[in-house]
Design a protein around this ligand. Structure first.
Ligand code: SF4
Length: 249
């Protein structure tokens, strides 16, 4: 019996829309391009610690050679007082462009809302070199590599948690952590050794963590959640309004 091809076994998702704009060469330290240096502590673009995800990236790279196709770095200043923690890069979004929540539907509402509350210089994130700046805000993910079907395995979330842990350890003491979805919420708790049973995820739920950080939850701004109106723009804005209240300009 012939061995199944990587393409079949990993089901690289197809898109009917045109591919994102071709990116410029990757330069870690180029200001404003959203990439962080691969310091191996907070971020490592060469990490292959999750074999399934590394294979998926490899298969995707063959299928879409213009895509970024690597672990996606957090976007925004390291000392920002607002950190948004999402789930993982989307295949045709952050995985394609190299910037979190950029290139697919999930980022539309996020960047509009960030801009509305003064956390972004523009309401749209188009590609990694579009000049957009986050203002006292940063966007990260619980898992830095794109997972098949947008579903990381529990082991993969665990594997990747040390990067988030290092990132949050370097954040200001009064940081506001805004978790998009329960996986992001639990990933934050894990970095601090806190039990999820004591901090139950819920939209607009808010917690004071032992180190003084605030954790605010929101349903994830995925296409599914917004299309089904599980998450409306008003609900999302209410969460950001609270974050802005906590983070005075
Ligand atoms: S998900 Fe995180 S730990 Fe796993 S391979 Fe990617 S960067 Fe490494």
């Amino acid at each position: 019996m012939s061995k199944p091809s990587a393409r079949k076994s990993l089901s690289v998702p197809r898109t009917t829309k045109s591919a994102p704009p071709k990116q410029l060469a990757l330069v870690d330290d180029q200001p404003g391009n959203g990439l962080w240096p691969s310091d191996g502590e907070v971020f490592d673009r060469t990490c292959t610690d999750c074999p399934r995800l590394a294979k998926f990236l490899e298969a995707g790279r063959k299928e879409y050679p213009d895509y970024y196709s690597a672990p996606v770095a957090p976007f925004g200043d390291r000392k920002a007082r607002l950190i948004i923690i999402g789930l993982a890069p989307g295949f045709h979004g952050a995985n394609a462009t190299g910037r979190p929540f950029t290139g697919d539907y999930a980022g539309v509402l996020l960047y509009q809302t960030l801009h509305k509350f003064g956390f972004a210089s523009k309401p749209e994130s188009i590609h990694r070199n579009d000049g957009l700046q986050l203002l006292d805000a940063r966007i990260s993910n619980a898992v830095k590599c794109v997972p098949p079907d947008n579903k990381p395995l529990p082991d993969e979330v665990t594997n990747c948690n040390h990067y988030l842990q290092a990132e949050l350890a370097a954040a200001p003491k009064d940081v506001v952590l805004l978790a998009l979805g329960s996986i992001g919420h639990n990933a934050v708790l894990r970095t601090l050794g806190l039990k999820p049973s004591a901090y139950k995820f819920g939209h607009a739920a808010e917690f004071e963590l032992p180190g003084g950080q605030r954790l605010i939850d929101s349903y994830h701004c995925s296409r599914y959640n917004t299309n089904t109106r599980r998450l409306t723009p008003e609900m999302f804005e209410a969460v950001f309004a609270r974050a802005r209240q906590l983070i005075q300009k």
